[in-house]
Design a protein around this ligand. Structure first.
Ligand SMILES: Nc1ncnc2c1ncn2[C@@H]1O[C@H](COP(=O)(O)OP(=O)(O)OP(=O)(O)O)[C@@H](O)[C@H]1O
Ligand SMILES: [Mg+2]
Length: 367
């Protein structure tokens, strides 16, 4: 009898949310039933239905159920939408990062198998790392791979508005993002934490963090929420813990820098591999975006002056802070690959010509 009553109650609840057109809620409710159902036939029929349901992946379509969120006063759009995210070039990541991102995308491609096994896909992901290492790029990459639009909310922009409205704005954006199949990127998540010191606003900030925590807990399995920060240490540990997955991005080490440099200078010089080797030593410790900016600066200079790129690359060899060994490696490679004379290599690197000669002899003998 008690079972019947429960059944009736759930049925009425389903009818209520269905009639009020809250498709997202209906979907969640059915997922829950599919998980709990003792009857495996019912469970797999529901999983099948959920899998086939029409997607709601176009945020710009005219019949959008929810209007695009705007700031309540300024009416500025709070979200930047990239319907079909475009990548300037393929990202270069460490193996760990590539594998994690690949797995998250794979989970979406095999969603029905996961749901059948009563598992949820990874829904909330935190990207941490210094500026210019590919966090925003990774969100774009994921959106492209999953065939979903990317919605970007820059929290530092939202936070700079009058704080009293921020909670409402944030809620508005999160609700909107939940109503369509997309990837929501909360960029500069630390902006919330940074305002902490400002006394007087602490109450409002606490409410904001609470909104965020609740949303992280109830994020629908159809959605993907990515947050990015340069200052993970500023985040409340309670926020940290809520994410299903934390991905740490790093400055490129030498090998990654080399692959990246090769990809941006391909077809520009006949000595790409040699330059990539040399520049990966000179530009180690720079972020990917710094490397890109420096190399593009040189490419522009070469295009304007009509000179060969090989004549311009040496301007990137600022080696003052490099170790002696790095300087020697650069000098030797410059000469052995025929890019410059021994004298020029000495001028560029400060390494004595005798040393260069000695190392070259060593290489010849061992080769
Ligand atoms: N790992 C990478 N592989 C290839 N290109 C990269 C990588 N990281 C950065 N870039 C280049 O630098 C640009 C800026 O990177 P991105 O915006 O993703 O950095 P970010 O980590 O989000 O930095 P910020 O913390 O400042 O937002 C990219 O558009 C891309 O051209
Ligand atoms: Mg970014």
């Amino acid at each position: 009898m008690a079972g019947d009553k429960n059944y009736n109650k759930e049925f009425v609840h389903l009818a209520r949310i269905a009639l009020s057109g809250r498709q997202q809620d209906v979907q969640l409710f059915l997922q829950r039933i599919a998980k709990r159902a003792a009857d495996s036939e019912l469970s797999s029929a529901l999983v099948e239905l959920l899998r086939k349901q029409p997607t709601r992946s176009s945020p710009l379509r005219r019949t959008a159920e929810a209007a695009l969120p705007v700031d309540t006063d300024s009416r500025f759009q709070l979200l930047r939408i990239e319907e079909h995210p475009d990548l300037p070039h393929e990202p270069v990541y460490t193996e760990v990062v590539s594998k994690t991102l690949g797995r998250i995308v794979d989970e979406r491609k095999h969603l029905s198998s996961l749901l059948e096994a009563q598992l949820e896909p990874t829904k909330t992901i935190l990207f941490t790392g210094p500026p210019g290492v590919g966090k925003t790029l990774a969100a774009r990459w994921m959106a492209r791979e999953m065939g979903r639009p990317l919605l970007i909310l820059d929290l530092s922009a939202v936070m700079s508005s009058y704080l009293g409205r921020t909670g409402a704005n944030l809620r508005h954006v999160l609700d909107y993002a939940k109503s369509i199949d997309c990837i929501l990127l909360l960029d500069e998540l630390d902006a919330i934490a940074k305002r902490r010191d400002d006394s007087g606003e602490i109450g409002e900030l606490k409410r904001l963090v609470t909104v965020l925590l609740q949303q992280l807990d109830d994020w629908p399995s159809s959605g993907v929420l990515v947050a990015a920060t340069n200052h993970a240490e500023l985040l409340d540990p309670a926020v940290w813990r809520r994410f299903d997955e934390i991905v740490e991005f790093d400055l490129p080490h030498r090998e990654a820098a080399k692959v990246f440099i090769q990809s941006i200078i391909k077809n520009t010089s006949s000595k790409i591999d040699d330059w990539a080797d040399i520049l990966s030593i000179a530009l180690e410790d720079c972020s990917y975006s710094d490397i890109e900016r420096k190399i593009n600066g040189v490419r522009r200079a070469a295009a304007i002056n009509g000179k060969n790129l090989d004549d311009h690359f040496p301007s990137l060899l600022r080696l003052d802070e490099k170790t002696k060994q790095d300087k020697i490696d650069v000098a030797v490679q410059l000469v052995s690959s025929g890019l410059v004379t021994q004298r020029r290599a000495h001028e560029l690197t400060g390494v004595a010509r005798d040393t260069i000669r000695e190392r070259l002899k060593g290489i010849e003998n061992s080769g």
